[in-house]
Design a protein. Sequence first.
Length: 439
Amino acid sequence: MMKITVVGTGYVGLVTGVTLAEIGNNVICLDLDVSKIDMLKNCHTPIYEPGLEELMKKNVDRGNLWFTTNSTEAFEESEIIFIAVGTPSNQDGTANLYFVEQAAIDIGKHMKRRQVIVTKSTVPVGTNHYIKTIIQTHSNIEFDIVSNPEFLREGSAIYDTFYGDRIVIGAEKDETATIIANLYKPLSIPIYTTDIRSAEMIKYASNAFLATKISFINEIANLCEKVGANVEAVSYGMGLDQRIGNKFLQAGIGYGGSCFPKDTKALIQLAGNVQHEFELLKAVIAVNNQQPHLLVKKLQQRFSSLLHKNIAVLGLSFKPNTDDMREAASLVIIDELLKHGATVIAYDPVAIEQAKKCLPAEVVYTRSIQTTLMDADAAIIVTEWEEIKNINLHQYKALMKEAIIFDGRNCYSLPEAERADVEYYSVGRPAVVNATICP
Ligand code: NAD
């Protein structure tokens, strides 16, 4: 059993803290945000993440998980400190290290004994050594640093933490790597130990590769539309090749969220700092940026004008099972719809409160899919929540003025759309119009 402090209680910090408590450690989570810590002390999670609140309550009740805003209390007894603060994008795409720097200063000022300081935040190559120098300027106590990038996916964060594909540990000394490897031993996940710089790069390279797969299939989808092929069949046929694999090959309106957009930009900047133009990744971002606009273009082609058209937007979060709105495709799509004079009626199972903070005030929110669709001129599927995927296409027909659907996530098969006699436009597949599949 180790005494652990986690700095930052966002998606990564909170999930890390709860998991480490669950596998038998004493964990104290520190955050500057008083309202977040108040919620957590009352056993409510500030974020929506399936299974998290239950596991958190269980460990608070067992007496091995605490929350605080007080740094003295947080670092008093710790043996291992995890840094899990945000690293958002600067205007120029570089990673903003302000929160990491502040966390390092706080650690330097408050740590009381020899520690292992583990960075979970996604940080550019060299940052762990930078963190080391910051701490050294504020403390004479000896400590070791470890890079331990996080690979969890929002929406399945708890599952990923218990059943991840690998844990990467970058350390200067074998003994330090062993301490962290032992900490994770109960999870029985393969551990890969390497040097700190390579560990930092593994995180960026992994996200950049996954983003590349998505943009690649989206570019193929755009081409399929022009040559009359069906990207679903193409992606299935490609995925049968084990060298390619079938994951991350679903065409759609692009990736969003708090990681891929910022990490791809940060990697381009990182490369630029050493006079390396990462042309491939620049193209990946360019393709991703155009995907949501292409869907709106389809609407514009269908209706000569979007002025005063009621558009039902189904799904707002950047992906299902999360309330995270960071870089969600809905932001771009809704912004464009409003610019063209449309009225936007939006639904999301959990993200409405978050959405209200970042979408224009004109957006009308509803509490059910049925109300959203009622009298809409067109429906756009933006996020493939189970609840949204499971709406019977006949319901669109029953509720809308005319059942005209723009599916940004390819939730329905073309024969399904044909049988339901709806007008159906998706990504990289022929349109269904008058119950006929049109190339
Ligand atoms: P987040 O923005 O949800 O949470 C960060 C938290 O840190 C906030 O609650 C903030 O108040 C707190 N904080 C900031 N400075 C602090 C300080 N000095 N002391 C204490 N608390 C402080 O961020 P997140 O989504 O959890 O991401 C954290 C890091 O993990 C980022 O680098 C991100 O790139 C990386 N990451 C995120 C995910 C993900 O799915 N969200 C996955 C893998 C890696």
